[in-house]
Write a protein that binds this ligand. Structure first.
Ligand code: PGA
Ligand code: ZN
Length: 400
């Protein structure tokens, strides 16, 4: 039974304000914070000004939640929808609801004296998602850097997540060495990836070389991927993708371009290769390359079951990115995952570019048996999740 709820603003990794919620029950305590995006999809649930959302919630939301059963997650989340009354949380804000919803789940887990992954996943969880992280980036996350938002690595051959996490970090460091060797200076983008002023083909070259050096050393396969975040380069007026080097590509040319990159660099993961409305363009690429590469929708699906259903009927993707704050509650997040998994699509649990030290997504990725967890490679707000994932993996092994 929920006894007290505290809301406050805290800092996110970009130094902006975000919402943190704390829930106290008779025997438990849970805390969670909302992350924030930079290349947000237009169909995401609404984010409100944190201070305003909190001051209104203190009168209009919190009183309804006191006294309810924190273990009734579906009831709690339904109540949040009912109080809000809109279909995208535009009244009370999805940044408020996601922090409340996740804090409630953590309080319920704590009352049972078990970790969140176990509370939600049950006794048959036996796998921790492989870490997918960006080592070079640009787009909306850094200026004067690559066109594509993220050049990613995933340790596809690692036996344990622990080995994979350290391998990714080694790729990140090796990329820096290779940049220095070429005399290229680079700062870092919002998620800790190197943000050098180089072309995408050069980034692919460096990524490939770094991966091969590190996988020789670790002895297991490490694979490349990308997040194009193509909505950011799509111009709806002309219907063309505009690259900053002056190149423009029609949707058909974009499909061919990405399919060629998948072949040339053996990409195992491509996120948002086309803009967020283009179910059929996604489907064309998925038909051509879906047998050898995960074609993943982020802005296309925004963790929304209606949009995922639409994608399934078009055959748009074989993978769904899962961001709890895109949809606003844990129940909605779980429904999105189950819908995807029932139809044979993979799921990837994901951070946002603006993060906190909150580690909840590490637990969700394990509980829901996602294939990957996308949460960067370095930087405290990213390593918080990765370090938690290593701890969870230990307890999964201990239990076996
Ligand atoms: P965002 O982007 O968190 O800045 O929206 C991350 C992504 O596109 O995956
Ligand atoms: Zn994305």
């Amino acid at each position: 039974i929920t006894r007290a709820i505290t809301l406050r603003t805290i800092l996110d990794s970009r130094g902006r304000k975000t919402v943190e919620a704390e829930v106290r029950t008779e025997h438990g305590f849970g805390r969670a914070a909302a992350p924030g995006g930079a290349s947000t999809g237009i169909y995401e649930a609404a984010v409100r000004d944190p201070a305003l959302a909190i001051s209104e919630a203190e009168n209009q939301v919190i009183p309804h939640l006191i006294g309810i059963d924190s273990s009734d997650q579906i009831g709690v989340d339904a109540l949040l929808h009912e109080i809000d009354g809109t279909d995208n949380f535009s009244k009370i804000g999805a940044n408020l609801t996601v922090s409340l919803s996740l804090a409630m789940a953590k309080a319920a887990a704590d009352s049972r004296n078990i970790p969140l992954w176990q509370h939600l996943g049950g006794i048959f969880v036996d796998y921790a998602p492989r870490p997918l992280g960006n080592v070079i980036g640009g787009g909306a996350h850094a200026s004067h850097a690559t066109e594509f938002q993220e050049f990613l690595v995933v340790p596809t051959g690692c036996e344990s997540v622990r080995d994979g996490i350290f391998a990714n970090a080694q790729v990140h460091a090796t990329v820096h060495d290779l940049l220095k060797k070429r005399g290229i200076h680079a700062g870092k983008g919002d998620e800790g990836a190197w943000a050098p002023p180089i072309s995408d083909p050069d980034a692919f070259g460096i990524l490939t070389e770094a991966i091969s050096l590190v996988s020789d050393e670790t002895g297991f396969e490490i694979s490349p991927g990308i997040d194009v975040a193509a909505s950011q380069m799509y111009d709806p007026e002309s219907g063309m993708y505009r690259y900053r080097d002056g190149t423009t590509r029609s949707p058909e040319e974009q499909v061919t371009y990405i399919a060629d990159l998948i072949d040339e660099y053996d990409l195992v993961y491509v996120e948002d290769p086309l803009h967020e409305e283009d179910y059929t363009g996604f489907a064309a690429l998925n038909r051509e390359t879906g047998n050898r590469c995960l074609i993943c929708g982020d802005d296309l699906f925004v963790t929304n079951t209606k949009r995922i259903q639409e994608g399934i009927s078009h055959g748009s993707a074989n993978c769904v990115l899962i961001k709890p704050n895109q949809i606003g509650t844990l129940t909605d997040t779980c429904e999105a995952i189950h819908l995807a998994q029932r139809h044979g699509l993979e799921t990837v649990m994901s951070h946002r570019s603006g993060e906190t030290e909150d580690t909840t997504i590490a637990h969700l990725g394990c509980a829901f048996q996602c294939i990957f967890i996308k949460t960067g490679v370095v930087g405290g707000e990213r390593t918080a999740k990765l370090n938690e994932l290593m701890r969870i993996e230990e307890s999964i092994y201990e239990r076996k």
